[in-house]
Design a protein around this ligand. Structure first.
Ligand SMILES: Nc1ncnc2c1ncn2[C@@H]1O[C@H](COP(=O)(O)OP(=O)(O)OP(=O)(O)O)[C@@H](O)[C@H]1O
Length: 208
């Protein structure tokens, strides 16, 4: 189980935003993506998750290993907390609903409609969904947005447990989760140059 990224270039709105990105992520590892707002962290995560095509380079994802938690929590507002998790457990074919409810401190809220949860509670449910997936590699885009300090600590513990069980995590976050194994990848050097962007424009004019 290893995610391999080599000389990857990613695009947003028809423009290359990052190029030459290389890293690997093995079992037990966490990698934190850093870089200024707009540098392309979300675009990189979406590309690795397979939601958009890469512009260039190599992307080697072991099959059926990824679970992606985006800014949107992917919740059904009219289903209860546990119904949401059961839905995803059936999609992924797992039996991890109770574990996830416990881990994200959602047992008291299990029968509440997801639409009635606070922003932080919704975020906790979105992260519980990730646990329910049973997938090894978690892709996390700003996972701690809306979380209070106690919930951040809870979540850090969940990620720690996931790594200890041989999982891996790739996350864009501006805060320090205090994960001992976490390494950092600053994307600043991989910002696409003006020359690359002009080439991309020329390509579009020529072929689109
Ligand atoms: N539809 C679009 N058309 C053109 N440019 C876009 C479009 N969507 C996003 N962008 C630009 O692409 C770049 C990368 O955006 P992305 O969301 O990946 O950045 P980010 O590093 O995740 O930012 P943040 O830290 O603010 O979440 C940004 O400069 C953004 O303005």
């Amino acid at each position: 189980m290893e995610l391999l990224v080599k000389d990857l270039a990613v695009q947003r709105g028809g423009l290359t935003v990052l190029e030459g990105v290389s890293f690997s992520l093995a079992a037990g590892q966490a990698l934190v993506l850093r870089g200024a707002n707009g540098i392309g962290k979300t675009t990189l995560l979406r590309t690795i998750a397979g939601l958009q095509p890469k512009a260039a380079g190599e992307l080697n994802v072991p099959p059926e290993t990824l679970a992606y938690a985006s800014h949107a929590d992917g919740l059904k507002a009219t289903l209860s907390v546990q119904e949401n998790l059961r839905f995803w457990a059936s999609v992924y074919g797992t039996d991890l609903v109770e574990d996830a409810l416990q881990a994200m401190n959602l047992t008291a809220l299990r029968n509440r409609w997801a639409g009635s949860l606070s922003a932080g509670q919704k975020r906790r449910l979105g992260l519980a969904r990730l646990m329910v997936s049973g997938r090894a590699i978690w892709l996390l885009d700003e996972p701690t947005v809306s979380l209070d300090a106690a919930s951040v600590a809870l979540f850090a513990g969940v990620v720690q447990g996931h790594l200890a069980q041989g999982g891996a995590a790739l996350m864009a976050t501006h805060i320090d989760l205090g994960l001992a194994q976490a390494e950092t990848l600053d994307l600043t050097p991989y910002r696409a140059t003006a020359a690359t962007i002009r080439r991309t424009d020329a390509f579009q004019e020529a072929f689109l």
